[in-house]
Design a protein around this ligand. Structure first.
Ligand code: SIN
Length: 530
């Protein structure tokens, strides 16, 4: 059994930002089921939003965030995000992070949907994630140990419920245990629950399921953002075509050449994502194909090298000026409820980045606010942990007893992942209604998983399915309960927003006494340590 002061689960931007801001005399362990360059953040094309332009300010950025998320935010958190985020981005610029520059050396600031100013910083055109992760990796000290290729399948808790470590399983099914007084979940979102997604295929909501099983509060799970434009070839989505392409002037047209956003929203192609995704979905339901017309963009291949390469690999001839697109699951606004430094309701357990529900995204995240969230909350959490350093160091001498009697592996019959993902897409996807959601919930409940399953008796792929099942139950129940449409949650049977009842209410879930409990939180801010 190995020990650390801080265990970070995940290897994306929020994980690395937390790790690099931790004091160098703390022993930090980063555990990822893939490889350090295999995160969603690494694939991020879009950039980081920050109000750094002369004609921009944090109040405008705040207002755009609230408008896109339809008011379902913790407003103080949003204000702190845009304010601290701006400072952190400027610090990254100063330390030499490779943000794209104009010919005169000034920062290149792009435009994206629902932003009222050009404020998106990119790296390498459309390879912001890769460049930033490489930059952050270079800044990590030797105090960081990497464990790659092991999936955290369980949080270890002491008899008081305090989180004190993690159990992992490697690809051969061997179980390992790691102990630490601070466990930080930075395991990303859950795009892999759906058949169409922009996410890395390994991203299926492990962090949310782990936290849920340990008794953490999960909120806002019904708010899932579908990105409007994934490359669509041979009936399948292939990868993201960044919103920055529309920011540069691409237009959405159908196969008869009509501009589909005309008359739908004053911002047309740059309307909030849920509006654009819904319109593309409707066109496709009417049997029409939808394309991004890129004829108005000069030097497309130079500006968007990785999108151009993806199009070429999938047989799209860019000289024709049209990229076929369809929406897919992109981002989870909800997740593990945290306070402003990243604490959950479980002592010793923290969450940052997409896995967390910090209240900054509301019902629909403003484009390019997610890397910003990872940077801000990663830094804040690290600073809080640093302030507890003496306690953590004392903890090093405490003996941890873990008693694992590993049982013989057994197989269970559950579901085919492809069928599961297709059902999620159809029933809990872009447009939902009670009949489909209820039928999907019934199907999920007919699957023979027990919440108290001993997971170390399962194969790694079965644990993965179990976590997908838990997450799907959470999303589906929440989507059924929220009887309105707001942001990423669109109900055909409740097409309007119901501000007086729902705007500030959260649907919260937790696993307690062997059961899944779900309730409405009347408070804007879920109390963490009440
Ligand atoms: C994109 O480039 O369109 C995605 C960026 C984001 O989701 O913030």
């Amino acid at each position: 059994m190995k020990k650390a002061d801080v265990i970070i689960v995940g290897s994306g931007l929020a994980a690395l930002q937390t790790a690099r801001e931790l004091s160098p005399d703390l022993n930090v362990m980063i555990i990822t089921k893939g490889q350090r360059r295999g995160s969603n953040s690494y694939m991020a094309q879009g950039g980081i939003a920050a109000a750094v332009a002369k004609d921009d300010n944090i109040v405008k950025h705040f207002q755009d965030t609230i408008e896109a998320g339809r008011g379902h935010h913790l407003e103080d958190e949003v204000m702190d995000l845009v304010k601290e985020g701006r400072e952190i981005v400027l610090k990254l610029v100063t330390e030499g992070a490779p943000f794209d520059r104009n010919r005169d050396g000034s920062l290149c600031l792009g435009m994206e949907g629902a932003h009222s100013a050009s404020r998106i910083l990119h790296c390498g055109g459309d390879e912001t994630g890769r460049f930033l992760i490489e930059h952050l990796l270079k800044t990590l000290t030797d105090a960081v140990t990497w464990i790659e290729g092991e999936m955290v399948f369980e949080l270890i808790q002491d008899s008081n419920g305090r989180c004190s470590g993690v159990n992992t399983m490697d690809r051969s099914g061997t179980v390992h245990s790691y102990m630490a007084p601070c466990v930080v979940l930075a395991a990303g979102g859950a795009g892999g629950l759906y058949s169409s997604t922009s996410n890395h295929p390994t991203v299926t909501g492990d962090g949310m399921a782990l936290a849920f099983r340990a008794g953490a509060y999960i909120a806002d799970a019904e708010f899932i953002q579908f990105h409007p434009t994934l490359l669509y070839v041979d009936g399948k989505t292939k990868g993201l075509v960044s919103e920055a392409v529309r920011g540069e002037g691409a237009q959405l047209v159908n196969d008869t050449g009509e501009r589909i956003m005309e008359g739908i929203h004053p911002l047309k192609e740059l309307a909030p994502r849920h509006v654009v995704a819904q319109e593309i979905f409707k066109q496709r339901q009417m049997g029409k194909e939808v394309y991004l017309s890129i004829n108005l963009i000069n030097n497309f291949e130079e500006k968007f090298p990785s999108i151009s390469a993806m199009c070429r690999e999938n047989g799209i001839d860019l000289s024709r000026g049209k990229i076929p697109v369809s929406p897919g699951c992109h981002f989870m606004m909800g997740g593990v409820v945290i306070d402003s430094v990243g604490k959950t309701n479980i002592e010793g357990l923290f969450a940052v980045g997409e896995v967390a529900c910090s209240g900054v995204h509301g019902a629909n995240r403003l484009a390019s606010n997610s890397l910003l969230e990872g940077l801000v909350y990663g830094k804040r959490l690290a600073q809080w942990i640093n302030s507890q350093k003496n306690l953590l160091i004392q903890y090093r001498s405490v003996e941890s007893e873990i008693n694992k009697d590993i049982k013989v592996k057994r197989s269970i019959n559950t579901f085919e992942v492809k069928e599961f993902q297709a059902r999620m897409m159809d029933s809990a996807g872009i447009i939902r209604d009670e009949v489909k959601l209820q039928a999907h919930l019934n199907w999920l409940q007919s699957i023979d998983f027990q919440h108290d399953e001993r997971l170390d008796t399962l194969q790694p792929n079965e644990i993965q399915k179990y976590f997908m099942w838990i997450n799907s139950l959470i999303v589906t129940k929440a989507a059924l309960l929220r009887t309105e449409s707001r942001g990423g949650h669109i109900r055909d049977d409740f097409p309007e927003e119901n501000d007086s009842f729902w705007m500030k209410r959260r649907i919260v879930h937790a696993f307690k006494d062997g059961e899944m409990r779900t309730w409405l939180d009347e408070q804007v801010k879920t109390k963490i340590y009440a």
